[in-house]
Ligand binder design. Structure first.
Ligand SMILES: [Ca+2]
Length: 343
């Protein structure tokens, strides 16, 4: 059942054109689903939502609010390592005809976690692995990366963590600590290197690519990703600089931790899910400043925009949060922008 208007809050946007007018956005948050288990990624076919869960299920949420947990048949058992499991999940552009999706998951080989990217076929309410697109990315105790996203022209991108071996992010022969993209010939090419544990990726309306990543201790980053560039880890972090390496557009600094995960552009602003930060960071991309935080839901794992509304999932049930009876939840936020003219 849908629960309406659980939370209302006001966002006051700065930078108004005159002192006598205030642009006010009133937002209403509505709960669309409850009792998700360590949800990781939000996908939609335009009418239904599909949410991946780390323990290897996909939850389908119908327009009428009906929630169905669906089986996923993978060719390997999921790893039990921390942060591992069924992670990134995105529907292919032609999903409504093909029933095909991409997934990123972690399994164990010889006792160690390994990441792979596969295609899943959807039929009769179940998902079955059909092809392995990328395999053998040895990971570590933590830092598996795992976000998948389609670029505006439909190309698959993936974020891969350093597997808790920092120097691997600088090793051009390994895919650890890289952002990669699927090419026409079926192989993956490296887009950028020097990432620690990137878990968010999004394109602006102008087609610029942004990514979020977890810093070592604070120093979380939002980067603008340019093909072929090196984003520094572990040589530099936060606002440190070195020739030939890119500094982040925005960092949490050395005293604050966001633990950023999924991200999306929505109505010109950049929204970033924050785990430890227990918020959705609302960032003005022109000034690269946090202009608001949406809080009160605990840890946030992913955000999604359909162009009209913003959607998000919490992440309070994976052992690192304080889950309520209804956690984890799937929510939508509707915004109404008003201009208030003061006398
Ligand atoms: Ca960096």
């Amino acid at each position: 059942m849908k629960r309406f208007a659980l939370f209302m809050f006001l966002i006051f946007l700065a930078g108004c054109s005159s002192n006598s007018e205030t642009i006010t956005t009133t937002s209403v948050t509505e709960r669309l689903a409850s009792n998700l288990e360590s949800p990781w990624s939000i996908a939609s076919d335009g009418t239904r939502f599909f949410i991946s869960e780390r323990n290897g299920a996909i939850v389908r949420i119908e327009e009428d609010g009906q929630t169905i947990r669906e089986e996923v048949h993978l060719s390997e058992r999921l790893s039990n390592a921390a942060e591992a499991g069924l992670l990134g999940f995105v529907l292919q552009d032609d999903f409504n005809e093909s029933g095909l999706a991409y997934a990123y998951y972690t399994y164990d080989a010889n006792g160690s976690p390994v990441n792979r990217i596969v295609t899943l076929k959807y039929a009769d309410g179940e998902w079955t692995e059909t092809d392995i697109l990328l395999d053998g990315i040895e990971s570590g105790r933590v830092h598996h990366g795992g976000r998948l996203a389609l670029s505006p022209d439909g190309v698959l991108f993936a974020t891969i963590g350093d597997g808790a071996v920092p120097e691997n992010a600088q090793n051009p022969d390994l895919l650890n600590g890289k952002i990669v993209m699927l090419q026409d010939d079926g192989t993956f090419s490296v887009v950028s290197m020097g990432h620690r544990n990137p878990q968010g990726i999004a394109w602006s309306a102008e087609g610029e690519l942004y990514s979020s990543e977890h810093g070592p201790s604070a120093n979380d980053e939002i980067n603008k990703i340019v093909q072929g560039e090196n984003y520094g880890w572990p040589v530099i972090e936060g606002n440190e600089s070195k020739e030939g390496m890119q500094r982040p557009l925005l960092t949490s600094g050395s005293n604050e931790t966001w633990a950023p995960s999924g991200m999306t552009f929505h109505k010109g602003l950049l929204y970033v899910a924050a785990l430890r930060g227990k918020a959705i960071l609302v960032i003005d991309p022109e000034r690269m400043e946090i202009i608001d935080k949406i809080e009160g839901f605990g840890r946030i794992r992913d955000v999604y925009s359909d162009g009209e509304s913003l959607f998000f999932i919490t992440n309070n049930t994976d052992g690192r949060g304080n889950p309520s009876e209804l956690d984890d939840g799937f929510f939508t936020i509707q915004s109404e922008k008003m201009v208030i003219i003061k006398e």
